[in-house]
Design a binder for this molecule. Structure first.
Ligand SMILES: NC(=O)NC(NC(N)=O)C(=O)[O-]
Length: 378
């Protein structure tokens, strides 16, 4: 069994919020068991959208709540659910968001980690009818051995979901790949969202070195390490599953409001704005890049003028130094020189380029890349 590690209480807006949500329904996370879902189903915990509230919304079970909410317990024990992560990986921290649960929030929670090599051979629907979990369901979950799972967060008080304090952050120190979580409410109540921040760890042993894979995809362990601006949308959205659903599902910076001061017209009469926006990603696995794709879907009046992609190969020590130096490093080399991008028509434009520079020219000794930097001009 893995060692038990208590969570440290995290400061407001901790760094781990920059990594990926490994449990989100958008990456395949799901609740496979819940002891009770009378007022609101546990799958709401994993919704991508922020929680909502409607004072006038009621269901036949009681007040409609956007989260997971159980009945007031009249028996011993507590409520809990099992979450199967969409992307198994290393967890850096959790946000147990109690938004709008005030007076019906769970007073305390704890979280345990499951490290299952194979997914359980069943998926259980939570009990939405208000009956207690059936013996069959409990027996199936008992096979997971979740009573013995190591603790990520010990029993900790939860703040009620008023808008200024609804985020309950927990930093996690647990150096093992996690596939499942057990979220315990002590004893019952409601929680709006569970965000599980970390970095995916794919099992690469079954992947052929000749297979084409998206090395920066969140599901393959890619992660955004830094950026210049994320006013309307975080750059990590670019490495999510599939094409973006709407503009909120992409990377969008604020406008450069100082633009008029800097505008210059070049010899072709094209406006030039100095400076650029940038984001840095660590690839999920080192590899040789044969193709890059930049998708401007949904960005019509606000797609970037052009983009450039630079790469470098960094050790973990180099990476730590780059982070502390705002990514200004002499190691970057151009993989894809500045390219105009566009977005016309209903479908948006997903453009692919072979890299202009061969990886072996950039890295004659090492033909492996570990980091890319996308630079978008506004
Ligand atoms: N007004 C409520 O929210 N009451 C109850 N909860 C729901 N969702 O109806 C309760 O017992 O906590």
């Amino acid at each position: 069994m893995a060692e038990r590690t208590a969570a440290e209480p995290a400061a407001a807006e901790p760094d781990f919020l920059q990594s990926n949500d490994l449990a989100c329904e958008a990456v395949g996370g799901k609740v496979i068991f819940a002891t009770d879902e009378w007022f609101a189903p546990a799958n709401n915990l994993l919704k991508r959208e922020k929680p909502n509230f409607s004072a006038s919304a009621f269901t036949e079970f009681g007040k409609w709540m956007d989260g997971w909410e159980t009945r007031r317990k009249r028996t011993a024990g507590h409520d809990w659910c099992v979450v199967q992560l969409g992307v198994p990986g290393l967890i850096h921290g959790l946000d147990v968001d109690s938004s709008f649960f005030t007076g019906n929030h769970s007073p305390s929670i704890s979280v345990q980690a499951g490290c299952l090599d194979k997914p359980p051979p069943f998926t259980l629907e939570g009990d939405r009818t208000g009956m207690a979990a059936s013996d069959v369901q409990l027996a199936a979950v008992a096979k997971l051995g979740s009573e013995a799972w190591p603790e990520l967060v010990c029993v900790s008080e939860l703040k009620p979901g008023y808008s200024d304090c609804c985020h309950n952050y927990f930093k996690v120190n647990f150096n093992h790949r996690v596939t499942h979580l057990r979220l315990n409410m002590h004893p019952d109540g409601g929680i709006a969202r569970l965000r599980v921040y970390g970095v995916g760890q794919r099992n690469w042993s079954s992947v052929s070195p000749h297979q084409d894979v998206d090395l920066v995809a969140l599901t393959n362990g890619g992660v955004c390490l830094g950026y210049s601006d994320a006013h309307f949308g975080h750059p990590r959205n670019m490495i999510g599953l599939g094409r973006a659903a709407n503009m909120a599902d992409g990377w969008e910076t604020a406008r450069r409001l100082d633009r008029p001061k800097h505008l210059k017209v070049d010899q072709q009469g094209i406006l030039q704005v100095p400076g650029c926006q940038w984001a840095v990603f660590r690839l999920g696995h080192p590899g040789v890049i044969s193709r890059v794709e930049v998708d401007t879907n949904h960005f019509k009046g606000n797609f970037p003028d052009s983009c450039r992609i630079e790469v470098c190969s960094l050790t973990p020590e180099d990476e730590a130094q780059c982070i502390s130096n705002s990514w200004n490093s002499g190691k970057w080399q151009v993989l894809l020189p500045t390219q105009k991008v566009c977005n016309i028509g209903k479908q948006g434009v997903s453009k692919q380029w072979p890299p202009a520079n061969k990886v072996s020219d950039l890295f004659p000794q090492k033909t492996l890349l570990t980091t890319t930097r996308n630079i978008l001009f506004i």
